[in-house]
Design a protein around this ligand. Structure first.
Ligand code: GAF
Length: 391
């Protein structure tokens, strides 16, 4: 975020709220997931990184119990106002639910939030892009409340309360991948997280002559939440059927071979495919981290391709837009691998591209996408950045 933009936001804050003497500034990133998709809520590994594109917040305490919110992204809505006593009242489709949810969760965990505040938010993450604008906002609110009310919430707890907001207030059964990546991100480091134990390892991102290019389908993702919850439910049923004979708590405890030997317990073809993705993707993620650390980007790229194929055929969360981007990318010269990232059903894909080839890569993939899908994709070169923080 440029100092120029921050200055502009401060002026806006004053214009909107009429008082700006004690503003504090905060930033919360978006994330990409390198590999390990739809494994988090199946007790497996994920390998994400925070990116420098994110959400900026300017906040200030105020006397009384009134909370006032303004989003630069939804300026047509104007000022949103409510009382601290009204935080349980959700408003269908409004971003204020993220603020209310985080307050409810923090208060529920015993933290004292007893005053109103003014908050201006500016998000740079393209909406519904699968780069996790919602977790970015949850953690932004988390660090703001932590700072304004001197709560000293341990970072892991803040991350978990972000996930709780998503699960219990927003109503999406998401795992912890997004909030963890956003809360614990570090410049030029990826995070290998075991979602079962929450043990994690920071892994330096050394790409040499290569860059990660984010490719945005720009597809509006209307059904994402219901489809996501459907996959969550399908893998739960598959697990329950396996548990009739196997002593396991999550799908990720199985090796590929153990899974293959027990598919008869699941029975249903669709459920077998869903569970196979979870098990195989977890195995891939563990191998991917090893080859990544060893600097074998070629092998890493192959695993990215295999991940996409599995998400397409077994988990069925891709669609024509993501498939066109990832599969066209995979065929380009100077590309080691490509896959969708995040929940799927639209949103973004990533590709590991030789830096000097990025321009020709974007042209070739962009042209093909336009031809097949009918509207243009967008491309950004990913910079790996820090997690949520006060600026
Ligand atoms: C979304 C969810 F929020 C994550 O928890 C994760 O399941 C991801 O989809 C798929 O890997 O981003």
């Amino acid at each position: 975020m440029s100092t120029e933009k921050i200055k502009e936001l401060k002026e806006k804050f004053f214009k909107v709220f009429g008082e700006a003497s004690a503003i504090e500034e905060f930033f919360s990133p978006g994330r990409i997931n390198l590999i390990g998709e739809h494994t988090d809520y199946n007790g497996g590994y994920v390998f994400p990184a925070a990116i420098t594109i994110g959400t900026t917040g300017l906040a200030q305490l105020r006397e009384g119990k009134r909370i006032r919110l303004f989003s630069e992204n939804f300026s047509e809505i104007g000022l949103i106002e409510f009382d601290l006593s009204e935080v349980n009242d959700k408003v269908e489709g409004s971003w204020e639910n993220f603020v209310k949810g985080m307050i409810v969760m923090l208060q529920g965990a015993g933290y004292k939030i007893d005053k109103g505040f003014d908050l201006l938010v500016y998000g740079e993450i393209p909406t519904a892009s699968g780069l996790s604008s919602s977790a970015s906002l949850e953690l932004l609110i988390g660090v703001i409340l932590d700072e304004l009310f001197h709560l000293n919430v341990p970072r892991l707890e803040l991350v978990q309360l972000g996930q709780k907001t998503e699960n219990e207030f927003i109503g999406v059964n998401s795992g912890i991948l997004d909030q963890f990546a956003i809360g614990f991100g570090k410049k030029d480091e990826a995070i290998l997280l075991d979602c079962n134990t929450l043990k994690y390892e920071m892994v330096p991102v050394r790409l040499g002559d290569y860059s990660i290019v984010i490719m945005n389908t720009k597809k509006s993702r209307a059904l994402t939440e219901s489809k996501y919850n459907e996959r969550f439910a399908e893998t739960r049923i598959a697990l329950e059927r396996l548990q009739t004979k196997l002593d396991i708590q999550s799908l990720a405890e199985l090796t590929n071979e153990e899974f293959d030997a027990n598919t008869n317990l699941i029975g249903d073809e669709i459920l077998i495919k869903r569970a196979r993705h979870a098990v195989y993707e977890n195995t891939r993620c563990k191998i991917a981290k090893k080859v990544f650390v060893a600097g074998d980007l070629k092998e890493f790229g192959k695993l990215l391709n295999a991940s996409h194929e599995s998400l397409k055929n077994d988990y069925e969360v891709t669609g024509i837009e993501l498939d066109t981007l990832a599969e066209t990318a995979q065929k380009q010269k100077g590309v080691l691998g490509a896959r969708m990232t995040g929940a799927g059903f639209g949103g973004c894909a990533i590709a590991l591209v030789k830096t000097e080839k990025i321009a020709t890569f974007e042209k070739a993939v962009g042209d093909k996408y336009l031809k097949v899908v009918g509207y243009p994709a967008e491309f950004y070169v990913a910079q790996i950045g820090d997690g949520s923080k006060k600026l």
